[in-house]
Design a protein around this ligand. Structure first.
Ligand code: UD1
Ligand code: MG
Length: 467
């Protein structure tokens, strides 16, 4: 099986500089969804027809398909765009003669794999198979014209602008998706003309040609409109986003995940959940996120590329972004509210990170705590360390980053600056307000700040009395 994906259209109604098929749905370009579908179908080849914004579209899709099955990806330019039939004609030179061709659109992202498998099966290697659906309002779509009523054999597709009044009354429409034996399809494509209301080469005219050749045309009708819905405008894009998120939410709940509100969840990537995970409202998950058993995610958290281990609690308004390095939150850790974990934050079991604490590229061992208003960057923090409010690691000297090592059982007071590279010896205490520039010995109290001075009976300056 090979797949042809039409993606040359302009998408005028998106009113955007970005080519339509590159607009993201669930964090991935629309076209990427269609390519992933092609991979999942185990297509040999995907031929993408580009036109408007071709360079950008090709650049955005080249390389990894992200999916497991290897898919050989080809781009073919269609310039100018003379219709959907003309679009598929451009793919002919790169399509093999054997096998089945499935025609998809780059702006129809949510077709299910099993639907397409059924369509290919309906084609059976010697028939033309059309994916169709009944619409209460079929305006604008190609109508499925059958012989003698709704159960009769398919004879043609009548486009809106060419349809007779009787044909316009037909509610069964062509979805834009078809499957056909490659050799037959190639023959029909060569015979298309543009003698119609729009002066375009209609792909849908292959139906008439198949009928003329005595090749059976079968309709595979579905009733889930989301699967054939295209994106033409920001409103439709937002509607499909919600449809996609609804699917994800239902899947998660079927696995036992408790969602406070399935309508207020956004997964833009892959979210894996163990048993007894609970997620409050308005959370966004991006990239790869894994939530261990019993993890609780508070409201309004944004979590990307992270592993949250069993029993950890992420309080509301926490932002976690592991980017390429990842973030790990250990078992039973308590994070937030209002915490920020950046790439390379590796938190051990039972670590506590409280409000307005930022952790970047740092390892915190079991039971370490930074509960308020603090920064830990490029630090190695030992077990049970208590890191005081307002303390920071000064990890950057303007040119290079340096590490701070805080050994086990250290207490760092409030408002300290640890100027890296520096090591705070095990069990030591750093007095509040200290700026530490040298290593400190284990077990010692280290203080580095102006000594407190009190001047007795200090008279404050007075304002001169008004004249
Ligand atoms: C097409 C079908 C119609 C069907 C509808 C479903 C034809 C003639 N009609 O109509 O029966 O009900 O889809 O949505 O096929 N494209 C190109 N090059 C072109 C023209 C279009 O790549 O020259 C791409 C578009 O970017 C789009 C897809 O083909 O992704 C469909 O084109 P569109 O203009 O939306 O077709 P419709 O008129 O909606
Ligand atoms: Mg359309």
């Amino acid at each position: 099986m090979d797949v042809v994906i039409m993606a040359a259209g302009k998408g005028t109604r998106m009113k955007s500089r970005l080519p339509k098929v590159l607009h993201p749905l669930a964090g991935r370009p629309l076209l990427r969804h269609v390519l992933d579908t092609a991979s999942a179908l185990q297509a040999r080849k995907a031929v993408v027809i580009t036109g408007h914004g071709a360079m950008e579209v090709e650049a955005a899709c080249a390389g990894n398909t992200g999916a497991a099955a290897p898919l050989s990806l080809h781009f073919v330019r269609q310039e100018p765009q003379l219709g959907t039939g003309h679009a598929v004609q451009q793919a002919v030179p790169v399509l093999a003669d054997d096998g089945v061709v499935v025609v998809l659109s780059g702006d129809v992202p949510l077709t299910r794999i099993d639907t397409l498998r059924a369509l290919v099966q309906a084609s059976g290697g010697d028939r033309l198979a059309l994916l169709t659906i009944d619409f209460a309002d079929p305006t604008g779509y190609g109508r499925i014209v059958r012989e003698g009523g709704p159960q009769g054999a398919v004879r043609a597709i009548a486009e809106q602008k060419d349809a007779t009044p009787e044909q316009r009354a037909i509610r069964e429409v062509y979805s834009g998706i078809m499957a056909a034996p490659a050799s037959l399809l190639k023959g029909w494509l060569a015979r298309l003309d543009n003698r119609n209301a729009q002066g375009e080469y209609y792909l849908t005219d292959v139906v008439k040609l198949a009928v003329a050749d005595g090749v059976p045309v079968v309709a595979h009708k579905i009733d889930d409109a989301v699967q054939v819905a295209g994106v033409n405008s920001p409103v439709q894009l937002a509607e499909l986003e919600r449809a996609y998120q609804r699917r994800v939410a239902l899947q998660l709940m079927e696995q036992g995940v408790r969602l406070a509100d399935p309508a207020r969840l956004d997964v833009r990537g892959e979210l894996q959940c163990a048993q007894d995970v609970a997620i409050d409202v308005n959370c966004v998950f991006e990239g790869r996120v894994t939530l261990g058993e019993g993890v609780q995610i508070g409201a309004n958290c944004v979590i990307a590329n992270a592993v949250i281990e069993a029993g950890a609690v992420i309080h509301p308004f926490t932002h976690i972004d592991g980017e390429k390095l990842g973030v790990t939150v250990g078992a039973g850790a308590l994070i937030g509210p209002f915490a920020r974990l950046r790439p390379g934050a590796q938190l051990g079991a039972e670590v506590h990170i409280g409000n307005f604490v930022e952790v970047k590229n740092s390892t915190l061992a079991k039971g370490a705590k930074a509960n308020h208003l603090a920064y830990l960057g490029d630090a190695t923090v030992g077990e049970r360390v208590n890191y005081g409010a307002g303390s920071i690691t000064a990890n950057y000297d303007g040119a290079n980053k340096h590490r701070t090592v805080i050994e086990a059982d250290v207490h760092v007071g409030s408002n300290c600056v640890l100027v890296a590279p520096v090591t705070i010896g095990a069990g030591g205490t750093i007095g509040g307000g200290s700026t530490i520039t040298k290593d400190t010995p284990a077990g010692a109290l280290s203080v580095a700040r102006g000594k407190q001075v009190s001047i007795a009976n200090w008279a404050r300056p007075q304002k001169a009395p008004k004249a």
